[in-house]
Design a binder for this molecule. Structure first.
Ligand code: HEM
Length: 274
């Protein structure tokens, strides 16, 4: 996974927290003020609205309400907007234990949601809940073999190194998901480095009639095919690991949602009662 994508969730969290803090400072709001109160109502409404997605996913009767992926995007938007509005509403201050627990559990759920989105994209194709299938990934990996055989006809050593990487990666004994992800990435890094060296060596042995431009094209073509093969191999090897991490995430995510909802209800009742 390219580093910018891996760090995107962190960047989003920092941006959301930083901007909510800055807006809170500029407006100097108090949760009890009129504007503060209505920001709280707006945040609470956004949080309530995001439950439309799990409901849409589960209730057959809501199928007419549009594709799941739109509701999922709406869920994520409200999942960021709701906590953002609540942070501006309370200006990073809490007046009671119940409000503190409500705020903390909301932040944990929102942060966990961002992590969940990161895991989700490894297990699904697109946003409509379609699971990536191992058989389909294996088929795609297999399809790279024919392409490698033709495109790397002049560099059999590169092709052999790629096949050796694939065979070793697929034979990896079942390990914990984190270890499997780490080990397969390491093996891919080594394979990429060696493939790069083998490509250079094959180009040195290429017919002298190949001019510099032709060599550049061939290098780019070989590297593209090699990278595609390494990526497809990693997807096959890592799918199970991502699935297990995503399943574990689901189990952790929900209890915090329940705590958040319970505290938010108590908080709203307390605010209107006193
Ligand atoms: C306080 C804010 C949030 C709350 C209360 C919340 C709540 C929930 C709930 C109840 C589910 C359904 C779990 C299930 O279907 O079993 C869920 C799933 C999910 N949420 Fe959130 N969420 C929040 C914020 C976010 C954010 C900010 C993101 C990402 C940017 C996000 C991404 C996800 C993902 C990826 C799933 C799994 C989807 C699936 O399996 O279909 N959530 N969330």
């Amino acid at each position: 996974m390219p580093a910018p994508i891996a760090f995107a969730p962190l960047a989003l969290a920092v941006l959301a927290l930083g901007s909510a803090w800055a807006v809170g400072q500029v407006l100097g709001l108090d949760a009890a003020s009129r504007a503060g109160y209505w920001l709280g109502v707006a945040g609470g409404t956004a949080l309530l609205a995001l439950f439309a997605y799990p409901l849409r996913k589960r209730l057959r009767s809501l199928r007419t309400l549009g594709a799941t992926r739109h509701w999922f995007v709406f869920h994520m938007l409200m999942g960021v907007l709701g906590p953002w509005l609540i942070l501006v509403h309370c200006n990073f201050r809490v007046g009671s234990l119940n409000a503190a627990i409500a705020l903390a559990s909301m932040l944990v759920v929102a942060a966990s949601g961002v992590v969940g989105r990161y895991l989700y994209r490894h297990v699904h194709q697109g946003l409509d809940g379609r699971h990536a299938e191992l058989a389909e990934l294996r088929r795609r990996l297999h399809a790279t073999h024919e392409r490698l055989a033709t495109s790397l006809a002049l560099a059999p050593q590169v092709r052999d190194r790629l096949f050796a990487f694939e065979a070793a990666a697929l034979a990896t004994p079942a390990a914990g998901p984190v270890r499997l992800l780490r080990d397969s990435r390491r093996a891919a890094r080594t394979a990429r480095r060696e493939v790069h060296q083998l490509i250079e060596s094959a180009l040195r042995d290429a017919p002298a009639t190949f001019d510099a431009r032709r060599r550049k094209e061939i290098r780019a073509n070989w590297q593209r095919h090699a990278e595609h093969h390494v990526e497809q191999t990693l997807r096959v090897v890592q799918l199970r690991a991502w699935e297990r991490l995503f399943a574990g995430w689901h189990v952790l995510h929900l209890p915090f949602v329940y705590v958040m909802v319970a505290c938010a209800v108590v908080h709203v009742i307390a605010v209107h009662a006193y």
